[in-house]
Design a protein around this ligand. Structure first.
Ligand SMILES: [Zn+2]
Length: 295
């Protein structure tokens, strides 16, 4: 596979973690001609080096999909390549570097992502890596990328980051953040999507859950995808296996899933945390339509 292959289109799902990017990836991944790859940014450490499970449940080295991708893209998955990508990421793919154009290592870093996308063998791939910095690197290097920026009420995101959740991959607890830290990340990560040299379409988690069919139809049309929503049956989505390299625990779910908003924060997030998050995320939260009702 060379860089002169017909360009694969990349739908990049961005936003702060716990905003619904994994759910949206699973839903868009059901559309014809779309291959959901998960958080490709973590493929090198978690898939290639640690051998964590693919979304199909098999360890990454044993998944036939990823074995094929590796063969076509790099003649296999050499650990040295993964180490190199981690080192390049540290130098190139940082939020604070977003305005900096022309880093000497940018081309090498993006070339590996491009090869993964092209080797997936689908006209459109989804990368749910989330970070605006990677979307920036891809767009800046000429990858055909359309960013879908997923936002969710900051109070709900703060509640989710406070919870103790075990990673299905290894049973260890997922990272936890306090409310103030989440609020600061919420603003910084979301603002970073204002500065991308690529088309950006914003989707609110709440709108997706309130009206999945209408929201997905509009989004698919914007992205140039066939809006075949036969996997949706009222509020139920029927999910098939997705070979996602990394992501939140929902990537392993197969079968019927009820699309219902998780509003547990209304009762579970202490009032003082709620007030803190509301204060720290204003005024950006009002720009996304999260007014007094969400607070
Ligand atoms: Zn797999």
């Amino acid at each position: 596979m060379t860089d002169r292959s017909p360009a694969t289109r990349v739908v990049f799902l961005g936003g702060l973690g716990r905003s619904g990017t994994t759910l949206l990836e699973r839903l868009l991944g059901q559309l014809p001609g779309v291959a959901p790859l998960g958080e490709v940014v973590h493929l090198w450490a978690r898939g290639v080096l640690a051998g964590e499970p693919c979304g199909c449940g098999r360890p990454f080295p044993d998944c036939p999909f990823w074995r094929g991708v590796g063969e076509r893209a790099f003649g296999g998955w050499p650990p040295a390549l993964a180490e190199r990508m981690l080192s390049l990421r540290h130098r190139v793919d940082r939020t604070r570097r977003i305005p900096r154009i022309g880093h000497p290592d940018l081309g090498e870093y993006v070339r590996a992502f491009r090869r993964v996308y092209e080797a997936a063998g689908a006209p459109v791939v989804i990368d749910s890596s989330k970070h605006a910095s990677l979307a920036y690197c891809l767009a800046e290097s000429g990858v055909r990328v359309h960013v879908v920026h997923v936002v969710r009420a900051p109070q709900a995101v703060a509640h989710s980051w406070r919870k103790t959740v075990a990673r299905p991959e290894d049973g260890r607890p997922m990272t936890r953040w306090g409310a103030a830290r989440t609020a600061l990340h919420w603003t910084a990560q979301n603002l970073a999507f204002d500065r991308l040299p690529a088309p950006v379409t914003r989707v609110r988690y709440e709108d997706l859950l309130a009206a999945p069919r209408a929201t997905l139809t509009a989004l698919a049309t914007t992205l140039g995808l066939e809006p075949d929503l036969s996997f949706l049956d009222g509020p139920t989505a029927h999910l098939t296996t997705a070979h996602t390299a990394s992501g939140n625990p929902m990537r392993f779910t197969v079968g019927p899933v009820e699309l219902a908003r998780d509003d547990a924060w209304h009762s579970a997030l202490p009032r003082r945390h709620r007030r803190l998050v509301t204060a720290l995320t204003w005024p950006l939260s009002t720009r996304y339509g999260y007014g007094g009702a969400a607070a």
